[in-house]
Design a protein around this ligand. Sequence first.
Ligand code: GDP
Ligand code: MG
Length: 598
Amino acid sequence: DKMKNIRNFCIIAHIDHGKSTLADRLLEKTQTVTQREMQSQLLDNMDLERERGITIKSHAIQMNYKYNNEEFTLNLIDTPGHVDFSYEVSRSIAACEGALLVVDASQGIEAQTISNLYLAMEQDLEIIPVMNKIDLPHARPEEVADEIMDMIGCDREDIIEASAKAGIGIENILEAIVERIPSPEGDPEKPLQALIFDSVYNPFRGVEVYFRVINGEIKKGDLVQFVNTGKTYNADEIGVLRLTQEPRKSISAGNVGYLISGIKEAKEVKVGDTITHKDNPCKDIIQGFEDVKPMVFAGIYPVDTTEFEELRASMEKLQLNDASLVWEPETSAALGFGFRCGFLGMLHLEIVQERLEREFDMTVITTAPSVEYHAYLKKDEEKVIVNAPSDLPDPNFLDRIEEPYIKANIITKADYVGPVIGLCMEKRGELMNQVYLTTDRVELIFEIPLSEIVFDFFDKLKTISKGYASLDYELIGFRASKLVKLDILLNNEAVDAFSAVVHRDKAYDRGKKVCEKLRAVISRQQFEIPIQAAIGTKIIARETIKALRKNVIAKCYGGDISRKRKLLEKQKKGKKRMRQVGKVEVTQEAFMSVLQVD
Ligand code: GDP
Ligand code: MG
């Protein structure tokens, strides 16, 4: 039985609890990498991921481990650690039989620990609890052990104490992987059925597809079909991932591998899809496939309007390796030609903006993000999808507007329950449940409109809880709300890029604050600039930016060249991410201020 000595596992943890560090230690201990090859956080190999200390794309790596003189193959399937990528987490978890649940011995259980644990339990994974960072002087091993036992119903001796940093407990973890995680089930004789749990874009070789074979066997050269997309490919190269890709002739049931077949675009490959043989297809497809949908929408515009085509080319290239990025051209009266883009969440948006600037040298303005609204017309209940406030139909024809709601799971210290509930209520949230995990840690479940949390909710939550609160959420559906479009007029002209869909009860307050904020962030110019907020034709707030009296350069008399140059340089810098709207110059900050008001 080939499968007896295979173990497929993942590591699930809240961010910063030590997942990447532990993965590195496992690779070292099994001599998958030599000391020389070892660079810290091997699995996070994109620059941006390293800098931000997050794992965006999941990868898989194979190790050999000798246990009681028997050779075992351990496949570590890495999972992304951010709520924006939770669907990818669920698919990589589905490729495993077991999970290391890593909990920081000083922090205890956090929101992502729980949400990932639930995903793992839904897939019936064997959970191996690992209490990491026991080397820390402020570790609270007994309290944290209690939390873990309460949560997964294990015994104290099931919990492995470890320090990924100091190399403590690593051998115990490897032994537990072999002893506790079941070997894969599946039938190598059945028709091929493999789960795609990840893909990576490689500009030279095309898209690399990572898969787990459930049944059957895939051989080099096979004609395979991706069931959900219907596309057929030749398996030009298959292999396993170690430090580098190692080609193999075949990969059979229970194992994990990669496939290269000249696929040019990331969007051709859908995580969760099933791979089978074209000529001898499997009867069932693997359950749980979802087409990932963007949750957050924003306009991206070139700062320099002549760079529109260049921006388009950059977006196309970016999309080749980011399947979850969607966009279409959009015209704004204020900003001209640009793109309406859909993102998985705010982190994804930030990453896209940063990559456009770093990898493609584009300077872009991003308009305030919004969620997708469903507007229903009075006539025939016709549904209109609203991805930009300007898409909202005339209120006279509207029956209702629905907005996406999420279920938010927040874990905090008992001391901060009051402020956290206060914040969530202010965000139109409804408290659904409150559970004490221990005497000092509370889990709060809220239902909240997505629009209220996409922007800076998380930062606020961190602030009011002094860092002792974590958040995870999932979409639960669309619900009718009293929503209106709030317009902002700059110099008497409505600026479509400033419009926002807001709750009616908050519109007045919001309008007033946006005007105040804009007055503060838009610099004075040669003329007076009125800023107004309006609902329909009704003006609800007004501020004025006074005219500038003198030109800055005029102060320098022309004598001091270097001072003049410095000033110009400073102005130029300020121009980065600045757009001319009508006669007024507006910064990126101003565009975001539409949401950043309270
Ligand atoms: P991840 O976000 O779960 O991948 O966490 P990382 O592996 O990036 O670790 C987050 C931080 O915790 C890093 O600064 C690590 O050096 C540190 N860290 C990880 N494991 C340990 C440990 O066992 N002890 C201590 N003291 N620090 C650790
Ligand atoms: Mg990491």
